[in-house]
Design a protein around this ligand. Structure first.
Ligand code: UDP
Ligand code: MG
Length: 310
């Protein structure tokens, strides 16, 4: 019988984890597949791991993986996916924002031959207008800049076939923008629309600073466009400066030059200084990422791994 592993990254989710497991288990009971639920504890500071272990003792389908510290969701997810030996894996958040009841639909499409079946949010209940606006702006920018089209309003909630998993396993970059990587692997992909619920318990681990950095990670790992932009802004500024220089020179030669022009001088100096710093910043973003990659550190470290007994 084919096997399905549900990978659940969790960081400080002890409050809602039991309810989560009850709902997932009920869904898995109805599938005619061998199933496993792999909980990845991403260095939680509450008793999430203890809850996971209790779940493992009570349910033979449960596996637990504990990372040595908090590595962030992208890496927790990677660690989980690296430990999947099944024919397919489903990635789902532990906070019940992604309805487990959608898993059978994913499985159905997988059986019909799709490699990546992802959930697209038709609504985002429990999120502020500002969050929705920034998210939509981000997707629009990504669409423009990236050569890998990243589907809108799509989180990590999805099913991956064995060959999609194998392909992802070969991607060892450290700044992992998973949404992008999932799309990058290609094969046959399908979107399933669903309504995203508010968080069941606990609170979100995101704040705007983290989201901003997440967006920069996404853009820099899937597009070199900002570097090109720096080049072209530089080029245009240089051309304008050259034209202005000719004008100033001509004026001085024809009419002489009583010392004036402090405002225009300041404007030019400040403008060019600003453009230069911005371009350096863009280069710095890429260089910093290159630096992290070049260190070749392992993506994550494992504290304990207990495979399911069932
Ligand atoms: N998560 C994680 N490590 C982290 C932060 C989050 O494993 O450092 C998990 C978290 O427990 C949850 C999922 O990633 O299962 C999504 O997190 P969250 O609900 O905070 O994100 P949001 O739904 O607000 O995008
Ligand atoms: Mg959430």
């Amino acid at each position: 019988m084919p096997k399905l592993t549900v990978v659940v990254p969790a960081y400080n989710e002890s409050e809602g984890l039991r309810d989560f497991h009850a709902r997932v288990a009920a869904v898995l009971d109805r599938l005619d597949l061998e199933t496993e639920v792999l909980y990845v504890d991403d260095g939680s500071r509450d008793d999430t791991y203890a809850v996971m272990c209790a779940l493992r003792e009570a349910d033979p389908r449960v596996s637990t993986l504990k990372l040595s510290r908090n590595f962030g969701k992208e890496l927790a997810l990677t660690a989980g996916l690296d430990h999947v030996d099944a024919d397919a894996a489903v990635v789902i958040d532990a906070d019940l924002q992604d309805p487990p009841e959608l898993i059978p639909t994913f499985v159905q499409h997988w059986r019909d031959g799709y490699d990546v079946v992802y959930g697209t949010r038709a609504s985002r209940a429990g999120e502020t207008g500002f969050k929705k606006m920034t998210a939509s702006g981000f997707y629009r920018v990504m669409e423009r800049l990236s050569s890998t089209p990243i589907p809108r309003d799509t989180g990590d909630f999805r099913l991956l076939s064995r060959r999609a998993l194998d392909a992802l396993g070969k991607v060892r970059e450290r700044q992992r923008f998973m949404k992008g990587l999932f799309t990058w692997v290609g094969f046959r992909q399908l979107s399933v629309v669903y309504h995203r619920d508010p968080r069941h318990a606990g609170e979100t681990k995101w704040n705007y600073w983290k989201l901003w950095n997440f967006a920069i990670d996404g853009i820099t790992s899937f597009s070199g466009a900002p570097l090109k932009l720096a080049t072209y802004v530089g080029l245009i500024a240089a051309l304008v400066a050259f034209g202005f220089a000719l004008w100033v020179l001509g004026k001085a030669l024809l009419f002489g030059d009583p010392v004036r022009g402090y405002p225009s001088l300041m404007v030019v100096v400040l403008f060019l200084g600003g453009v230069q710093l911005m371009a350096l910043g863009v280069i710095g973003e890429y260089l910093g990422r290159l630096y992290v990659e070049s260190k070749q550190r392992p993506l994550y470290l494992i504290d304990e791994y207990h495979p399911s007994v069932g």
